[in-house]
Design a protein around this ligand. Structure first.
Ligand code: PEP
Ligand code: MG
Length: 316
């Protein structure tokens, strides 16, 4: 039965009553594109560009090398959306030539956008390479920054994009609770939000994502995390802008329904999860997803939230 449901699972992501939720793929470079296309991804919701930077421990890849890699990904989704995240170096993704070696708490130090603002040449090269890669392609390019804390960060990123002459939508990842709490303020500077629930959980619960002993607090069903998702989605709706999820949370089919019920406008995940999420979302109406979301938020623990959402969706 599961196989049959998956075989029937093609086409754009939507609830059973036709509320569209684009299902996008997370990729690390051109090598991940065939699986994304095969899974029927409607585009890329998170292109983690740090993988391009791992070949050389002393310097950033040349502009030409970056243009080549970006173009291969953009070409795979003609007319589709491709959301490229600028370099997210530091903490769990250190780069020798950019990441300070002597920080006591790297996850709370110079990482993500902070690194790029300290190395404007690296950011400029990346944005210029993206502008060149998108030239002449019909693709709908979106570029976002990791680890945006507030409106000041969002403005600095948007200014850098404009200075590079980038013809794209600029966005901010919501990975730090301050950005979720003041999402409307952040949205004065950018056109979309994308929730990075892996880091958002880490920073909300003060629980290092690399430390297994605190993994209970990394569970994306935690009601506090769902509250921050709801705040971000509500802010985006009020501003007439979009708010996607590109963290691991989006790949859990049941949680994907809850996120949809919270008002999230697109879901991006590893390609392998797309058919499962598509098939599950297609079983429920938007109103059912909203009821499941409300039930999950009313719970006190991650486990209770999951059970509450399950109960609503199975009609108990
Ligand atoms: C996240 O933090 O949820 C995210 C999508 O980014 P990464 O996992 O690459 O830090
Ligand atoms: Mg992250």
């Amino acid at each position: 039965a599961r196989k049959a449901a998956l075989a029937a699972s093609t086409g754009p992501g939507a609830t059973s009553d036709g509320h569209k939720v684009p299902l996008l793929a997370n990729v690390g470079g051109p090598a991940d594109v065939p699986a994304a296309v095969a899974a029927g991804a409607e585009g890329v919701g998170l292109f983690r560009t740090e993988f391009l930077f791992l070949d050389d421990s002393k310097q950033a890849p040349s502009e030409a090398k970056q243009v080549e890699a970006y173009r291969k990904v953009l070409e795979a989704f003609p007319e589709g959306r491709v959301v490229v995240r600028v370099l997210d170096a530091g903490a769990d993704k250190p780069l020798d030539f950019l990441t300070p070696a002597d920080e006591p708490n790297p996850a709370l130090g110079v990482r993500g956008l902070r690194t790029l603002l300290d190395h404007p040449d690296v950011l400029r090269t990346q944005l210029t390479a993206l502008a060149k890669a998108a030239e002449g392609l019909p693709v709908y390019l979106e570029v976002m920054a990791p680890m945006v804390a507030d409106r000041t960060d969002a403005k600095a990123f948007a200014d850098a994009c404009r200075a590079a002459g980038l013809n794209a939508k600029f966005g901010a990842m919501v990975e730090i609770p301050s950005a979720a709490l003041r999402a409307r303020s952040v949205l004065q500077e950018v056109e979309f939000l994308s929730l990075g629930t892996n880091d958002l959980a880490q920073y909300t619960f003060a629980a290092d994502r690399q430390v297994g002993a605190v993994s209970r607090l990394q569970d994306p069903w935690q009601p506090a995390l769902l509250d921050l998702v709801a705040l971000s989605a509500d802010a985006a709706k009020a501003e007439g802008k979009s708010c996607g999820v590109c963290g691991e949370a989006a790949s859990d089919p049941l949680l994907a329904c809850v996120l949809t019920g919270l008002g999230v406008t697109s879901l991006s995940m590893g390609a392998a999860s797309i058919p499962y999420v598509r098939a599950t979302l297609a079983k429920y109406t938007l109103a059912q997803c909203e009821r499941a979301a409300a039930a999950a938020r009313a719970a006190d623990t991650a486990e209770e939230a999951r059970l509450a959402a399950q109960a609503v969706l199975s009609g108990e």
